[in-house]
Design a binder for this molecule. Structure first.
Ligand code: CA
Length: 527
């Protein structure tokens, strides 16, 4: 009996000490990965199986309402680092924004508190990374095959496929890290960003079986305003021959090119001979798009599997918080679109799965409104550090434990700026609640509101703003939008540079000197 008691006491003490040990953080971040393309999200079209990402759902929590405040790459990444909206971190768009490296980030705070910090893969914030003990990034958007990279300021070339290389670099860094310290590693994939080039081993992964089409592939944009009708992101009009793999990526070497040609060559010949037009052409493009996009997801899923296996092999799995997310959602043919940007569901929402042994409920599902604004605060909380008052999100720890605080956010502020290039989506802001979205399209040639009711119209095909039955809802949501803007310190009007290079603005802009480049150290151009 006494022996049993001693053993129990020992186990309890060991558990307590393990809990006190600060967890490692592995942040796996994909670029443009739509939740529709993760099997754990159980999308009705069942587009793909992602068994490795699904492991995180089984062993941790899956969030169904994770949202980004501005659905494009750079702004989302700036929000992750700072826990702030773009009007405070200064990174509004992918056209002319540059991340100010002097500002506070969760990475710097973790490092100052004794964490070893590293970043591999896609960065896309123009200025060089700061706050990392080690960084090894793709310049700009990066390329899929044989990508040049920059390691702590030094340019180098890699042979192979970008997702595999990023995974190798992540695992190599984990192996050689300073094991006396906890670590925070950001493993950030280029995939599945445009132009969706799969690993050569995944060409033909779908065995030419047709992918199911979304119901809204041929959306006519009726019952909605000019912004939705007049965008430039359709499979019909915007999809290029490069997107369609009718031309080969120039970075393939001769051997790789043979494999690439063997797959695409005969299929492209057949396509050209068919001389498709109209809906048939859109259908063909959708199939090619899904082959390529989902083919990229195959490699990302394998990467997650390799990373999780490695954590286990090193005995790190029990004390590592693992996050899988993307920088925003993406259209997989819904409304005839690819790309992102809108406050609408497919682009607003990002996949989010978190495994945190001892904290996150296994197989948990959370439907609260959460955001990439909350990552910085969650990581600081995990490290036992205070969350700075100027951060705008909240730690997800109570939600992971299944205890959502009563005062958790019930509404979410959204603001998209970049216009007109690259996809002519007009700037808009709005408020999102569990059921509604109130949107204001405000620039440059429009000024109108729309209201969406996801309960009545889950595919967001109808604007209810002028329906008298919704007058009270509209009034309430306008008040809520004003309240959120005050709380979040949103300026009355965005600065002119927020929209990009503003060719629609007739006022002359002051000429700016070209940004100075440090020799061989720039993290590259922003396409
Ligand atoms: Ca992105």
């Amino acid at each position: 009996m006494k022996r049993l008691f001693t053993s129990l006491l020992f186990l309890l003490c060991a558990a307590a000490s393990a809990q006190e040990k600060r967890p490692n953080i592995l942040f796996i971040f994909a670029d443009d990965h739509a939740y529709q393309a993760i099997s754990a999200y159980q999308h009705p079209l069942k587009l793909i199986q992602t068994p490795h990402i699904d492991r995180l759902a089984k062993e941790g929590m899956l969030f169904t309402r994770a949202m980004v405040p501005n659905s494009i790459c750079g702004p989302s990444r700036a929000t992750v680092l700072t826990g702030k909206y773009n009007h405070l971190n200064g990174f509004y768009n992918n056209t002319n924004s540059r991340f100010d490296p002097a500002q506070q980030t969760f990475v710097k705070l973790l490092r100052a508190a004794g964490y070893q910090t590293a970043l591999v893969g896609k960065w896309h914030l123009i200025s060089d990374p700061v706050g990392f003990d080690h960084w090894h990034i793709l310049p700009g958007q990066g390329i899929y095959y044989n990508p040049p990279m920059i390691k702590n300021g030094e340019r180098m070339k890699h042979e192979g496929y970008v997702t595999d290389i990023t995974t190798d670099l992540a695992i190599d860094w984990i192996k050689q890290r300073d094991k006396t310290k906890p670590f925070m590693l950001m493993a950030q994939h280029k995939a599945p960003h445009r132009e969706w080039a799969p690993a050569l081993r995944h060409l033909g992964w779908d065995k030419d079986k047709p992918h199911p089409e979304p119901e809204t592939l041929f959306d006519d944009y009726a019952n909605r305003g000019l912004a939705v009708r007049d965008q430039d992101m359709t499979l019909e009009k915007t999809f290029t021959p490069t997107d369609a793999k009718l031309t080969a990526p120039p970075s393939l070497n001769a051997e790789q090119r043979k494999v690439w040609d063997a797959y695409y060559g005969p299929r492209n010949e057949k396509f050209r001979a068919a001389n498709l037009t109209g809906k048939d052409l859109v259908r063909w493009r959708y199939q090619r798009y899904m082959h390529d996009y989902l083919g990229c997801i195959k490699s990302v899923d394998e990467s997650v599997g390799r990373l999780l296996d490695h954590l286990k092999a090193e005995g790190l799995d029990k004390n590592t918080l693992v996050v899988y997310a993307a920088d925003q959602g993406f259209y997989l043919g819904e409304h005839g679109w690819f790309d992102k940007r809108w406050i609408f569901e497919e682009s607003l929402r990002t996949p989010l799965l978190i495994r945190w042994p001892g904290v996150a409920q296994p197989a948990g599902v959370n439907h609260d409104i959460v955001s990439n604004l909350d990552f910085a605060e969650t990581f600081l909380d995990a490290a036992g550090l205070p969350v700075p008052a100027d951060m705008q999100g909240r730690s997800l720890r109570p939600l992971l434990a299944g205890r959502t605080p009563a005062d958790w956010r019930k509404s979410f502020y959204y603001h998209y700026y970049e216009y007109p290039t690259p996809h002519r989506v007009r700037p808009h802001e709005g408020v999102v609640t569990a059921q509604y979205k109130l949107v204001h399209f405000y620039k440059p040639d429009v000024d109108y509101w729309e209201l969406y009711d996801r309960q009545k119209d889950p595919q967001e095909l109808r604007d209810f703003y002028n329906d008298p039955a919704y007058a009270k809802i509209v009034a309430e949501l306008k008040l809520e939008l004003a309240r959120l803007k005050a709380e979040l310190k949103v300026p009355t009007a965005p600065p002119r540079e927020a929209f990009g290079n503003q060719p629609f603005d007739t006022e002359p802009r002051p000429k700016q000197p070209p940004a100075k480049k440090k020799g061989g150290k720039s993290s590259g151009t922003n396409p």
